[in-house]
Design a binder for this molecule. Structure first.
Ligand SMILES: [Zn+2]
Length: 254
C-alpha cells in the first residue's frame, strides 16, 4: 500500500478478527465459483498472503478495522425494527473506508478466493490513495462514494429454509456480478450481513452525486440496515442451496 520495499507480512484480505469470531461459532468460509459453479467449503479457513508491510497493517488496523469489525458486534446502541436494524453513533467515513479497504485488498490479492475481484489499476490507485489519506474525497469536487457505492443489508430468509444461525455462520468469498442495469457489483456475506459494492457511473455527474442506491451507507450518525431476503441474491441462493444439499448428505457439519 505504501509502495515501500519493506518486508511484506502474511496479511489477511478479510480482517483476522472476523475469522476469529467465525471460529468461535464454528463458522465456515464458503467459496462460490460463479453462478452455476459448485461451492467449495473450507472449514475455518484463514487466508493470508504477503501483501502489506507491518506499518500498513497497523495503519489499516488502527484506523479502520478496530472500528469496522466491532460495529455489528457491539450490542449497545442497536435498535431492532421490523424491517431494519439501527446502529447509533455511526462513523460513516471510517466504516466506508474500512469496507473499501477489504475490496482494495481483494483486488490486489493473488488468492483464488478473490479472483472475481478485479479493478482497473487507475481505480485501484484511487482506492489506495483514499485509504492512505483517510478521506472519501478524490479531489475538491469528486468523492469516491458517489460512484463506488456501498450498501449493507441484514440477510433473512422468510421462507424459513435457512435458520438465522446458518445465515450468521457463513462468510463467503467476494462474488463479482453485474446488476440489472449492467453495473459491476461485488458482494460478500459475513455475520449475517451482506456487504455490496456497486460501481455506478451515473447518467450524469449530477446524477452520480445525488442519486442513491437501496441500502446505501450515507453520512448519517445513525446507520439503518435494511433486511433483505437471501433469495434477492441469485449467486448467494445458489450457494446456500449447495450447502443445504451437502448438509443433508452429512458431508459438512452445518
Ligand atoms: Zn506499507
Amino acid at each position: 500500500m505504501c509502495d515501500s520495499l519493506d518486508e511484506l507480512q502474511e496479511s489477511h484480505i478479510i480482517p483476522r478478527s472476523i475469522f476469529k469470531s467465525l471460529k468461535r461459532k464454528s463458522g465456515q468460509l464458503v467459496k462460490v465459483n460463479g453462478v452455476s459453479g459448485v461451492p467449495l467449503i473450507k472449514e475455518n479457513s484463514d487466508l493470508k498472503e504477503p501483501l502489506l508491510c507491518k506499518n500498513c497493517e497497523q495503519f489499516l488496523s488502527a484506523n479502520y478495522e478496530q472500528y469496522g469489525t466491532r460495529l455489528f458486534k457491539n450490542p449497545n446502541g442497536v435498535t431492532k425494527k421490523e424491517n431494519h436494524i439501527e446502529f447509533a453513533n455511526f462513523e460513516y467515513e471510517k466504516y466506508y473506508l474500512y469496507l473499501l479497504s477489504i475490496l482494495w485488498r481483494a483486488s490486489v490479492s493473488t488468492l483464488d478466493e478473490y479472483s472475481e475481484v478485479w479493478l482497473p489499476s487507475e481505480l485501484s490507485n484511487i482506492l489506495k490513495s483514499c485509504l492512505k489519506n483517510k478521506t472519501v474525497q478524490i479531489n475538491k469536487s469528486l468523492r469516491i462514494d458517489n460512484f463506488f457505492r456501498v450498501s449493507v443489508f441484514r440477510l433473512v430468509d422468510s421462507t424459513g429454509t435457512l435458520t438465522d444461525q446458518v445465515i450468521k455462520g457463513i462468510l463467503t468469498t467476494i462474488i463479482g456480478t453485474k446488476n440489472s442495469i449492467g453495473e459491476t457489483e461485488f458482494y460478500f456475506a459475513v455475520d449475517g450481513f451482506l456487504i455490496k459494492y456497486t460501481f455506478t457511473v451515473g447518467k450524469s455527474e449530477l446524477d452520480a452525486r445525488t442519486s442513491k442506491n437501496i441500502g446505501q451507507l450515507d453520512n448519517s450518525t445513525v446507520l439503518k440496515v435494511l433486511k433483505k431476503e437471501v433469495t434477492d441474491f441469485p449467486e448467494l441462493t445458489q450457494l446456500f442451496k449447495e450447502l443445504i444439499k451437502k448438509a443433508k448428505s452429512r458431508s459438512t457439519n452445518i
